[in-house]
Design a protein around this ligand. Structure first.
Ligand code: SDX
Length: 437
């Protein structure tokens, strides 16, 4: 029996199967079950992928028990404190922190891909004024492949790199245009002399009739929040991007599928849902009623911004954003924003409640981020759009990692079939009035 294997014994037949162990550089090793069906005749069954690794990756690692997250080996708290979004984006794409010239060149490339094709403007006008910006993002990003035929050959590394640069660069422009459409204001062209987040704020909030004054606190706060949202292993939206990419779909369509998956309230849509929940709770006196609902299995209500598939400790990103809240609200918003006070009290009460303690339900990245977005003047329906802008770096980095692998295969899960066994067609005149069973 080799030491780097796991032996599975089928108690029905006594058959023993040895499965190889794949070693991790950090965190759990994995049992390679690629031959499991061929050797045993069984599928493995793991809806939601609680114990299943869908791939190997060198990008991001998180330890759910310790509440730890690192990008390319660098702890998130160090990157949050010492780096900035464009530098971390470079790190995710290329694997190492850049030299100054590499960083300057990368920033220059990104900031010179920020403009949108003029004919895209008609896309925004086609949406009803109250269209949710995430609906617009899915549509417009998915359409980009119609404009950029020169970077959709996924087998060409240079095309992959250009497509990645374009998406990172254009997401803020598309997001800002989605916002401007929803408020009936004219689109604002990018200003390449500004920072990545300064440019976004300018495109969202400047108007032709008066000069725009960029607030450096807002610019820095958004840059920090974007670093925290860049990537997070094989979360639902990233797994969607990888699955779409495994079929050979173009990178713009893959990222559009990721945006669609991120929109769900159980995932990236939670930041918007948290603010709506805080508004619904309204007063700390109502917290017990809502906690009771969160525990009630017959009530679909969940405490939004709480819990996580992997973190069974405080989400390190939530910890960083929470400490940022005080500073940003004091400088930008309302230091006494009743919703921040309510969020702090809600967190305190929930974390002392047995239901949440037993299930290790802690605040996640979405619990506090919306409060800062609000302080920056960003409307609630744009919160998940902000998440999508930042996560585009992770999506394209994960997509590039997958596509560049030699033995990359289409993702095609199997299933446990529990439907009707084979039966013959019955002519309509002979069908029993009450179906069998
Ligand atoms: C993100 O995957 C990622 O990395 C995602 C993300 C990223 O960066 O990409 O981190 C971003 O999506 C953060 C999560 C944002 N979503 C929310 O805040 C929505 C509220 N949270 C829940 O919907 C839930 O916690 C999930 C979806 C986040 C996690 O779901 P799981 O892992 O499937 O958890 P579970 O349903 O198995 O929960 C285990 C138990 C259950 O109770 P029991 O059946 O054991 O009695 O905990 C309960 C759940 O009912 N539970 C909650 C709860 N979250 C879990 N109960 C009340 N409120 C909650 N928020």
């Amino acid at each position: 029996m080799a030491e780097d294997t796991v032996t599975v014994i089928d108690n029905r037949t006594g058959k023993r199967v040895e499965l190889p162990i794949r070693k991790a550089t950090q965190g759990p090793d994995a049992v390679d079950i690629g031959k499991f069906y061929r050797e045993t005749g069984y599928f493995t069954y793991d809806p939601g992928f609680l114990s299943t690794a869908s791939c190997h990756s060198q990008l991001t690692y998180l330890d759910g028990q310790k509440g730890m997250l690192m990008y390319r080996g660098y702890p998130i708290d160090q990157l949050a404190e010492k780096s900035h979004f464009i530098e971390v984006a470079y790190l995710m794409l290329y694997g190492e922190l850049p030299q100054q010239q590499e960083l300057d060149d990368f920033r220059n490339i990104i900031m010179h891909h920020t403009m949108l094709n003029e004919s895209l403007k008609s896309f925004f006008r086609g949406f009803y004024h109250d269209a949710h910006p995430m609906a617009i993002m899915v549509g417009v990003v998915g359409s980009l492949s119609a404009f950029y035929h020169d970077s959709t050959d996924i087998n060409n590394p240079r095309h992959r790199e250009i497509a990645a640069h374009r998406m990172i660069a254009k997401m803020p422009s598309i997001a800002a245009a989605s916002y401007k459409h929803s408020v009936g204001e004219p689109q604002v062209y990018p200003d390449n002399s500004l920072s990545y987040t300064g440019n976004l704020l300018n495109m969202m909030f400047s108007v032709p009739c008066e000069p725009f004054v960029l607030n450096p606190v807002a610019e820095k706060a958004l840059d920090l929040i974007f670093i925290l949202h860049i990537d997070h292993e094989q979360n639902a939206s990233t797994s969607t991007v990888r699955l779409a990419g495994s079929s050979g779909a173009n990178p713009f369509a893959c990222v559009a599928s990721g945006i669609a998956a991120l929109w769900g309230p159980a995932h990236g849509g939670a930041n918007e849902a948290v603010l709506n929940m805080l508004d619904e709770i309204a007063d700390v006196a109502n917290v017990p009623k809502f906690l009771a609902r969160a525990k009630d299995k017959h009530d679909p209500f969940r405490l939004m911004g709480f819990g996580h598939r992997v973190y069974k400790n405080y989400d390190p990103r939530a910890r960083i954003i929470r400490s940022m809240c005080h500073e940003v609200l004091a400088q930008l918003g309302d230091a006494n924003d009743p919703r921040f006070e309510l969020a702090l009290r809600l967190e305190e009460i929930a974390l002392s409640d047995d239901y949440f303690i037993e299930r290790k339900l802690y605040p996640n990245v979405d619990f506090y981020s919306g409060l800062i977005y609000s302080a920056l003047g960003i409307p609630t329906n744009m919160f998940t759009v902000m998440f999508a802008i930042a996560r585009t770096v992770g999506w394209v980095a994960q997509w590039m990692e997958m596509i560049s692998e030699d033995n990359q295969r289409i993702g095609r899960p199997r299933q446990l079939y529990v439907g009707p066994t084979q039966r013959d067609y019955v002519p309509i005149k002979e069908r029993p009035l009450t179906p069998p069973g």
